[in-house]
Design a protein around this ligand. Structure first.
Ligand code: IPM
Ligand code: MG
Length: 361
């Protein structure tokens, strides 16, 4: 296949982890005879520095016209003092909206090899953790009306959480479809004891559930879900939730799998185009030091092959190569434990690339 991939290295550790991922995709192209064309574009802090805005028009155009978008990480202290619309994060939010990527899929898997990196007690994680967070990505408080006004108590600011039936329906369908391919359980997380938007959310999810009689549905308040994730993470299969709760719970889910440096994500819309990125941020404190773990981005590329290009063997080949490297006891700093071999970003990429073979033959 000939595929055009828009690549956004971004800020901080973004360019380092992207370089290794592009190397991995290059190897996949060689082994499986695909031609990947990488189109590097600006977004985030580097775009602000280069052209004065976080999300240049041509970045949006190039991403829209590509087969998939691969993103490293965006943001950093250098741009922290900028006001809302000018911040680097606007680039991610703007791209999600422009590409219509309403569904964010964040699998949180605890690899056997990384059990030592998991902060939970052994008896809690016995048998492993395999959760898939399905987060709504283009609605809710992130995109609701916002503003400021003066009151007797001083200036006041608001951000409105709003969800329509259509928005909840499509993300709920995504979650149920995924559950059908997994363990057929959906936990919908809301705050229906307080929020009207959550009450609508809950009733729409219940309606959608009628089309999936094989899937077990339960509802959980977000505060309880935060607790249950560390108390008994094995009760979860698919976690369906809104934009803001999903942001928070997916970071929590990542930590119980050992390291945020391991978790990929896919952001999908109605068509095939998707944006793929690690769930970690730009980690400016370790940028340029060859410390960053490239695995989350490399696994995001595997998700791109699987979801946007339907290249299942190729995706499996990447995931298998990552497993082999971990089994070989190689670790970046974030997942290092006693007796393992410490490697840097580049070495980790190289080890994974070396282990990619044609699993068809
Ligand atoms: C994420 C990030 C983003 C979000 C930021 C960078 C805008 O935290 O993808 O989880 O809040 O969605
Ligand atoms: Mg987040």
């Amino acid at each position: 296949m000939n595929l055009n991939i828009a690549v956004i290295p971004g800020d901080g550790i973004g360019p380092e982890v992207i370089d290794q991922t592009v190397g991995v995709l290059g190897k996949i192209g060689d082994v499986y005879h695909h031609e990947f064309k990488f189109n590097r574009v600006l977004a985030g802090g580097n775009a602000i520095d280069a052209v004065g805005v976080p999300l240049p028009e041509d970045t949006v155009e190039i991403c829209k016209n590509s087969d998939g978008v691969l993103l490293g990480a965006i943001g950093g202290p250098k741009w922290d003092s900028l006001s809302g619309e000018k911040r680097p994060e606007r680039a991610i939010l703007g791209l999600r909206k422009a590409l219509g990527l309403f569904g964010n899929i964040r699998p949180a898997i605890l690899y056997k090899e990384l059990i030592d990196a998991c902060p939970l007690k052994a008896e809690i994680i016995e048998g492993g953790i395999d959760i898939c967070v399905v987060r709504e990505l283009t609605g809710g408080i992130y995109f609701g009306e916002r503003g400021r006004r003066n009151t007797e108590m001083g200036e006041e600011a608001h951000d409105i959480e709003a969800y329509s039936v259509g928005e909840v329906k499509r993300i709920a369908k995504t979650a149920f479809e995924i559950a059908m391919k997994r363990n057929k359980k959906v936990t919908s997380v809301d705050k229906a004891n307080v929020l009207e938007s959550s009450r609508l959310w809950r009733s729409v999810v219940e309606d959608v559930a009628k089309d999936y009689p094989e899937v077990e549905l339960n509802h959980m308040y977000v505060d309880n879900a935060a607790m249950q994730l560390v108390r008994n993470p094995r009760q979860f299969d698919v976690v369906l939730t809104n934009n803001i709760f999903g942001d928070i719970l997916s970071d929590e889910a990542s930590m119980i799998t050992g390291s945020i440096g391991m978790l990929p994500s896919a952001s999908l819309g109605e068509g095939n185009i998707g944006m793929y990125e690690p769930i970690h941020g730009s980690a400016p404190d370790i940028a340029g030091m060859d410390y960053a773990n490239p695995i989350a981005t490399i696994l995001s590329a595997a998700m791109m092959l699987r979801y946007s290009f339907n290249l299942v063997d190729e995706a499996d080949a990447i995931e298998e190569a990552v497993s082999k490297v971990l089994k070989g006891n190689y670790r970046t700093r974030d997942i290092m434990s006693e007796g393992m071999t410490l490697v840097g970003t580049k070495e980790m990429g190289k080890l994974i690339i070396e282990r990619i073979g044609n699993i068809k033959s």
